[in-house]
Design a protein around this ligand. Structure first.
Ligand code: UDP
Length: 241
């Protein structure tokens, strides 16, 4: 199948190096200590953070750092009839672990010993790239909760179809069977915290595709900074500062 037309356009009209439209909103779950909604095109996720709070299972308490827990799930209505199990399946368990490890790279856990931080991410609408959207939402929710972080962690994916590197794959492109590389970065520290790839990719292409995904992560980071700045301004305005 042709995923890039002779004119260089993808099925949804994007250019190969174009990301889907992103949108974020802070404070979607007022009961949580921090929360956010993050959208990448038709993929929409919500993140809620609770903590730092007392460790529920005392045997897991650590005297020198905080315990980070993460739960990823997909709402039953998130994907027409494609969804098999809403949570508790192997894919959700793996993605929960991947997101937890990625977020651990930016949270200053040593500042919150003997405590626990819970990150819940739920996919409301799935159209490819849900793990990236969840990481971006979690970053915003953690910032909203005032959790100390050494940098913002942001994520984006890229793939390779019809001999063309493509940024931010949607479901149709993702399910084409080509490689899908998901990258997570700490933009200020210039470090990679997540790199996942399904299917094979020639070694000389890997760098191109990874570079493209990294550019996507940087664009997300710029957007997230804008949203956080806007949110801080609004808070100051409400407080009358
Ligand atoms: N998907 C689905 N049902 C499932 C799992 C995945 O419809 O049970 C779709 C969903 O749109 C998801 C995409 O397949 O975004 C790609 O899933 P993948 O496991 O590659 O993770 P993602 O790209 O979402 O991080």
């Amino acid at each position: 199948m042709e995923y890039v037309s002779p004119e260089g356009l993808r099925l949804d009209g994007r250019r190969p190096m174009e990301m889907r439209q992103i949108r974020a909103e802070i404070g979607a779950v007022s009961r949580a200590d921090g929360s956010a909604i993050f959208e990448m095109g038709n993929t929409k996720v919500v993140a809620a953070v609770y903590g730092p709070r007392e460790v529920q299972n005392r045997s897991q308490q650590m005297s020198d750092q905080a315990l980070i827990r993460c739960e990823y799930s997909m709402a039953n209505f998130s994907t027409g009839d494609r969804k098999r199990k809403p949570k508790g399946d192997r894919r959700s368990t793996e993605i929960s672990m991947v997101i937890r490890q990625t977020m651990e790279a930016c949270i200053m856990t040593h500042l919150m010993p003997r405590s626990q931080i819970d990150i819940y991410v739920q996919v409301l609408q799935a159209d490819g790239g849900t793990r990236s959207a969840c990481i971006n939402a979690a970053t915003l929710a953690l910032s909203d909760a005032g959790i100390p972080m050494c940098d913002l962690v942001t994520s984006c994916s890229a793939g390779y179809l019809n001999s063309t590197p493509l940024l931010d794959l949607n479901y149709v492109e993702d399910s084409a069977g080509g490689p899908d590389v998901t990258v997570g970065i700490l933009p200020k520290l210039d470090k990679v915290t997540l790199l996942q790839m399904d299917s094979k990719l020639p070694i000389d292409i890997v760098e191109n595709v990874m570079q493209l995904a990294t550019e996507g992560c940087k664009a997300v980071a710029n957007y997230i900074r804008e949203i956080l700045l806007e949110n801080t301004k609004q808070l100051e305005y409400r407080r009358g500062v």
